[in-house]
Write a protein of this length. Structure first.
Ligand code: SF4
Length: 377
């Protein structure tokens, strides 16, 4: 299976908590960027002539829904003409509810997009305002209704929790509203204060406060219990899906399978020998300059040795409910995980569960993931 990620580093407005590579973009910049992506696709094809047709394609950002359906269609046509796209491929577009119209959604669907990931973030107007989002809750609800009308049967909604001043009851209300929208997939993110963001500065100056640790854990538990009860599967630390609707694209990251990538700020993983990770630096001027000269903008970030590959395989797998497949690990690397990580395994008790076939974290283990996983690295 192979996958492609396209990074669209433009937004209508920069959110004060966001440290993703994105900037406010004008129409002309977007048009120019699409042409650069088209060149990038050809360059990536030259480097990977034998790569099979893509089973998943993901337009991420930034705000990919700033691109018109015509532009998405152009890119998908190029991708199909170079690498090919499998008939049942999952093609996801991240969309900002503040940028959507029904006609546009219908045209995205016609262009081949079959999965939308809507950045709802909250269904509370005060919280949306605090987060500096460009939409209000009503627009979020409308964008879900319009997506259904446009023929999308695979919708993912993003929800943030651990927001300043957010009580357990307020989150409960939001979850119940979210469930009313009947998404196939839900991604949840606790608010973090990343260095260099406006929120980090406001936190430092005491203007806003972060969620206290105990409340964070209670909120994570509440999300888990509410969504499980509603029939969702908690299949990765931050992701829930109705049966059959796990995000196939994101699973390639956790399983370390090849994912090619185009666009400034994108990362690609090549599953050869023990694995290679490449990056296109998050620098639009450089991206433009190199692509105008038809030079590959990717740089090698890391070539894994066997030990590095084993560690990465383990810590990515433990993010998922499937966990680490022990027979697979032994077959792939020639060593038993039980022998290699004996000490770390002990330290991760009692949160790390095991049977003959796999290791996996329980919910408490996921909450403590960063700490527990450090024993294995
Ligand atoms: S819309 Fe998304 S990518 Fe853009 S600034 Fe806001 S959070 Fe960041």
């Amino acid at each position: 299976m192979s996958s492609l990620y396209l990074h669209i580093p433009f937004c209508s407005k920069k959110c004060p908590y966001c440290d993703f590579f994105s900037q406010v973009g004008q129409q002309q910049q977007l048009d120019e960027y699409v042409e650069l992506l088209r060149r990038d696709i050809l360059i990536v094809k030259k480097g990977h002539p034998q790569n099979p047709p893509f089973a998943t394609i993901y337009f991420g950002g930034g705000t990919p829904s700033l691109l018109s359906a015509k532009q998405i269609n152009l890119l998908l046509t190029d991708i199909n003409g170079t690498f090919g796209i499998e008939p049942e491929a999952e093609i996801t577009l991240e969309a900002n509810p503040g940028t959507l119209q029904l006609e546009q959604l219908i045209a995205y669907r016609q262009a081949g997009v079959n999965r939308l990931s809507l950045g709802i973030q909250s269904l509370n107007d005060q919280k949306l305002q605090l987060l500096g989002r460009i939409h209000i809750a009503e627009q979020a609800r409308k964008s879900v209704a319009m997506s259904r009308k446009a023929g999308f049967h695979n919708l993912s909604l993003d929800l943030m929790f651990a927001l300043p001043g957010q009580s357990l009851q307020a989150l409960e209300q939001e979850l119940s509203q979210l469930l009313g929208l009947e998404p196939e997939h839900i991604s949840i993110y606790g608010l973090t204060f990343e260095d260099g963001t406006e929120f980090a500065r406001r936190l430092k100056s005491g203007d806003i406060s972060s969620c206290e640790e105990g409340l964070y854990a209670e909120q994570y538990h509440l999300v888990h219990e509410t969504l499980i009860k509603a029939g969702y599967e908690h299949y990765e630390i931050s992701n829930f899906a109705r049966p059959g609707f796990r995000c196939r694209h994101n699973q390639t990251y956790w399983q370390r399978t090849t994912c090619l990538a185009v666009g400034a700020g994108s990362h690609q993983f090549i599953d050869q020998t023990w694995g290679e990770r490449w990056q296109v630096p998050p620098d639009l001027a450089r991206y433009k300059e190199l692509l105008r000269k038809n030079i590959n903008p990717s740089q090698l970030l890391e070539t894994f040795d066997q030990q590095g590959a084993m560690k990465e395989c383990l810590y990515l797998a433990l993010r998922t409910s499937d966990g680490l497949d022990l027979p697979y690990f032994e077959q792939r690397f020639g060593f038993r995980a039980e022998d290699l990580f004996t000490q770390a395994f002990r330290k991760a008790q009692p949160y790390l569960k095991s049977d003959d076939q796999r290791w996996y974290f329980d919910l408490e283990g996921w909450l403590l993931y960063d700490h527990l996983i450090s024993h294995f690295l």
